[in-house]
Write a protein that binds this ligand. Structure first.
Ligand SMILES: NC(=O)c1ccc[n+]([C@@H]2O[C@H](COP(=O)([O-])OP(=O)(O)OC[C@H]3O[C@@H](n4cnc5c(N)ncnc54)[C@H](O)[C@@H]3O)[C@@H](O)[C@H]2O)c1
Length: 256
């Protein structure tokens, strides 16, 4: 039985009740963790409405990963030790998702890479002083890092960088007993997903091809994140674990 009792989890990336980060927050809360939320200020009122649902809320503060002062203030205010960090955030400008990848502008690439990948290292740098007893960092990624997924474009490049960061950070932080892993989720309808063209068709295709013939839910992802956050996974680090109903193993799908 997984327990997160006596652990404090910092969860970044709640924007709505559909956010994967929100499902993770509720799951961790139900498993006894104290929950700290870091969020983008534009979602402040939604977060305020949601946090009442958590039993073990330890705090919620704005933490935009592009604003170094805001990040610094967030971690300076955080006085308690942190055991778990969930990085459930990504962004690419609409123009970069809509146009051919050969037209990707420098600034669009820089923004996608900073927010979706490099922020993991920045968060780890801030958090490491709060994790003197070791801990677990979990990032959210997608198959577009390893294979071409239509309309994912520069986000695929950013997710490849994120997964490389997971391995590099796992190697560097391992001696401090801080583990770093990623969960690669199948497609789920969220705010971030609404930026991907033909997302409903992508959902249908995944459901038809995946061995389990289902789309995954936020709760399915939260279950895997809870395992990676818990001591049940204490010898797992540097890995990307797929929660995708098996979609990623299929080369040629059933043709009849
Ligand atoms: N929805 C999917 O199909 C899917 C599949 C695989 C992986 N993921 C990944 O899951 C994670 C969460 O996405 P989601 O689908 O729950 O969507 P979401 O829109 O609910 O969450 C994305 C989050 O990123 C945050 N964010 C963006 N820019 C930020 C910044 N500058 N500073 C701080 N936070 C910022 C937003 O505030 C939001 O909370 C992302 O990494 C996404 O790539 C999503």
């Amino acid at each position: 039985m997984i327990s997160l009792k006596d652990k404090t989890a910092l969860i970044l990336g709640v924007a709505s009740e559909r956010s994967i980060a929100w499902a993770i927050a509720k799951k961790f809360d139900s498993l006894g963790a104290n929950i700290l939320l870091g969020y983008q200020f534009r979602y402040h009122s939604r977060i305020k409405d949601l946090v009442g649902q958590l039993t073990n809320l330890a705090g919620y503060e704005r933490c935009d990963v592009t604003k170094n002062e805001e990040m610094g203030a967030f971690f300076a205010k955080t006085t308690q030790p942190i055991d778990v960090i969930v990085h459930s955030l990504a962004f690419a400008p609409a123009t970069a998702l809509e146009n051919p990848i050969i037209d990707t502008k420098d600034d669009d690439f820089a923004q996608a890479a900073l927010i979706s990948a490099h922020s993991l290292a920045k968060i780890a740098q801030h958090a490491v002083g709060h994790m003197s007893q070791g801990g677990s960092i979990v990032a959210l990624t997608y198959l577009g890092s390893q294979r071409v997924c239509a309309n994912y474009r520069v986000m695929g490049v950013a997710k490849a960088a994120l997964e490389a960061y997971v391995r590099e950070l796992a190697f560097e932080l391992g001696p401090k007993k801080i583990r770093v892993n990623a969960v690669s989720a199948g497609p789920i309808k969220t705010l971030a997903a609404s930026g991907i063209k033909d997302f409903d068709l992508i959902l249908d295709y995944n459901r038809a091809v995946a061995p389990l013939r289902e789309n995954v839910t936020q709760d399915d992802v939260a279950g895997a994140a809870a395992f990676l956050a818990s001591d049940e996974s204490k010898m797992i680090t540097g890995q990307t674990i797929f929660v995708d109903a098996g979609y990623s193993i299929v080369g040629v799908p059933s043709l009849s």
